[in-house]
Design a protein around this ligand. Structure first.
Ligand SMILES: Cc1cc2nc3c(=O)[nH]c(=O)nc-3n(C[C@H](O)[C@H](O)[C@H](O)COP(=O)(O)OP(=O)(O)OC[C@H]3O[C@@H](n4cnc5c(N)ncnc54)[C@H](O)[C@@H]3O)c2cc1C
Length: 373
């Protein structure tokens, strides 16, 4: 996700990190270890799993191994739509019946409130505002699709979903040429980075061990192998999402897809008055090119969509176009990056660990840890 915190800036890990700051990185794994459960990957999947496992069985010894820092992946870069959408729901209904799909949908509706509840219980600020999800149509074709979409959602039990005409839509938000919209209350805006940072802190406070800067190179039954040692556990959970293809033997398990975002400068009061959007709904539309947007806590519009092409060979784009990261995995495992404690202002000097020799660049690991030279 590109950022425009001060002027047009491209790249970086995400606008959300530019806004909230990179985290202090936790200690890497220091040698062989054991646990009851090892979780590979410190994104939402890994961290929420650790959270609820530990809440359910407090004596479990849980270790999270994270290649960079918690929230480095999509969990620290996304559109901040906390909502009730289910990918593949129709397929699920075909297989398990309509009633089961309705129950699943209700569970997803409840999940939005559960995240809000858990964040409140843990006492951190994730920039959450539950304004629902508004999806707008701007052409007759979009309007036809929107009405069909609306009916379809209602058929899965969303009785509280509302269809708006042009005038009611404009009362909520002034989108040029809008002819109508559909709104569900089951959605909230979040600040993705604040959510993942708060979650990592909550999980740590519960007694889960998190090792960062610790790439797992291979997952074998009951083993998570890293350059610094192997963690053995009866259960090893792979929560590596788009990075999965970089794990040994997993190149074709998961196809990494891309989605890109931009954030505007903060809008002025006058601009917000012209736009409306006082309800802070997350916003989508019915165009064929996928679009999602949110009004951020600091008064910007952050919007994105799918459309960056698939990268040949399951390669992933790590740190945005400015290349502020140590390496591009390119389908391989990333080099381990430990804080090196040196500046690269001399072009001849190389980082002892991450290998970067770019003049004037701060070593990525030092940037992440905040270490000063
Ligand atoms: C631009 C964008 C916008 C999005 N918008 C939304 C949205 O608005 N709403 C929504 O619901 N979803 C959205 N998504 C999707 C959502 O962000 C992801 O589905 C979600 O964050 C996935 O979480 P995860 O924990 O499974 O994966 P990730 O967040 O990618 O976490 C995986 C973690 O595993 C670590 N890892 C990977 N390989 C290894 C390894 N070998 N060893 C150790 N650690 C490893 C990574 O560093 C990373 O931290 C968006 C995604 C993108 C990219």
């Amino acid at each position: 996700m590109s950022s425009s915190v001060s002027g047009a800036v491209n790249g970086g890990i995400s606008y959300w990190y530019a806004d909230d700051g990179l985290p202090d990185v936790r200690e890497p794994l220091a040698g062989d270890a054991s646990a009851d459960v090892v979780i590979v990957g410190g994104g939402y999947t890994g961290l929420w799993t650790a959270y609820y496992l530990k809440k359910a069985v407090p004596f479990l010894r849980i270790t999270v191994l994270e290649q960079k820092f918690c929230g480095y992946g999509a969990s620290g870069r996304n559109g901040g739509w906390l909502y009730n959408g289910i990918a593949g729901r129709d397929r699920y209904a075909k297989r398990h019946g309509h009633d089961a799909a309705v129950r699943l949908q209700r569970a997803m509706n409840d999940t939005v409130d559960e995240v809000i509840r858990a964040v409140a219980e843990e006492g951190f600020d994730a920039g959450i505002h539950k304004g629902g999800v508004l999806e707008v149509a701007r052409t007759p074709a979009q309007w036809a699709r929107l009405k069909a979409f609306h009916e379809h959602e209602v058929s899965y039990g969303e009785k509280d979903r509302v269809l708006y005409g042009a005038r009611e839509t404009a009362e909520r938000i002034r989108v040029a040429d809008a002819v109508g919209s559909t709104w569900t209350p089951h959605g909230a805006r979040v600040h993705p980075v604040r959510l993942v940072k708060g979650l990592a802190a909550a999980v740590t406070a519960l007694g889960v061990t998190i090792h960062e800067l610790t790439p797992v190179t291979e997952i074998r039954p009951k083993h998570a192998v890293t350059p610094y040692g192997t963690v053995r556990a009866p259960y090893v959970l792979r929560c590596t999402e788009g990075f999965t293809a970089a794990l040994k033997g997993q190149r074709r398990t998961w196809l990494p897809m891309n989605s890109s975002m931009i954030a505007t400068e903060p809008l002025t009061e006058e601009q917000w008055e012209a736009v409306g959007w006082a309800g802070l709904e997350t916003l989508g539309d019915m165009a064929h090119a996928y679009m999602y947007a949110q009004r951020t806590a600091d008064g910007r519009i952050a919007l994105g969509g799918r459309g960056v092409p698939y990268r040949f060979g399951s390669r992933t784009d790590n740190d945005g176009p400015s290349g502020r990261g140590p390496t591009t995995t390119g389908g391989r495992n990333p080099r381990p990056s430990r804080p090196c404690g040196k500046s690269s202002s001399s072009s001849s000097r190389r980082w002892p660990e991450c290998g970067s020799s770019t003049p004037g660049r701060v070593c990525w690991a030092c940037r992440a840890t905040g270490a000063r030279r």
